[in-house]
Design a protein. Structure first.
Length: 66
């Protein structure tokens, strides 16, 4: 079983965040929600490991420490 990586693992996270925000520019709330849903499904398909995806779901449900 592979474990979910929760430590920083993305080169240029600020740059990715800017791209993510830009992808939502000009969208309605419903369109933005739909974009997020499609993105989650695309990335889940890419990961392809149900155990890792379960860990991600559980981690996302926990309140943020920040």
């Amino acid at each position: 079983m592979t474990d979910l990586i929760t430590t920083p693992n993305l080169p240029d996270p600020d740059g990715f965040y800017e791209e993510l925000l830009a992808a939502h520019e000009g969208l309605t709330k419903a369109e933005s929600d739909a974009l997020n849903a499609r993105l989650v499904l695309l990335l889940a398909n890419h990961v392809g490991d149900r155990d890792v995806l379960r860990q991600a779901l559980a981690a996302a449900r926990r309140p943020s420490d920040g």
